[in-house]
Design a protein. Structure first.
Length: 83
């Protein structure tokens, strides 16, 4: 019986490098907190808005990472990188 684990090797390194860049850029996006405060909202409302944005970003990143890893594991993405 064969193993269902796929050795991604260099492909995984490329994917993780790209995702590190995505996380760094997402961390630099101006927060909703300041926007709500400048718009006249309370600090509690600003915190709630910032939390909603951060949860949305995290959920988006989870789906993106899952999709890219699946595509790489199935050989449909990064086909020119040696396994």
């Amino acid at each position: 019986m064969g193993s269902s684990v796929v050795d991604l090797g260099p492909r995984l390194a490329v994917v993780l490098g790209a995702l590190t860049v995505v996380a760094a850029v997402a961390g630099r996006v101006p927060g909703a907190f300041v926007g709500v405060l400048l718009g006249g909202g309370s600090p509690l409302e600003a915190g709630a808005a910032q939390l909603l944005v951060l949860v949305g970003l995290l959920a988006t990143q989870v789906v993106a990472v899952w999709a890219v890893v699946e595509l790489v594991a199935r050989g449909r993405l990064l086909t020119d990188v040696p396994a």
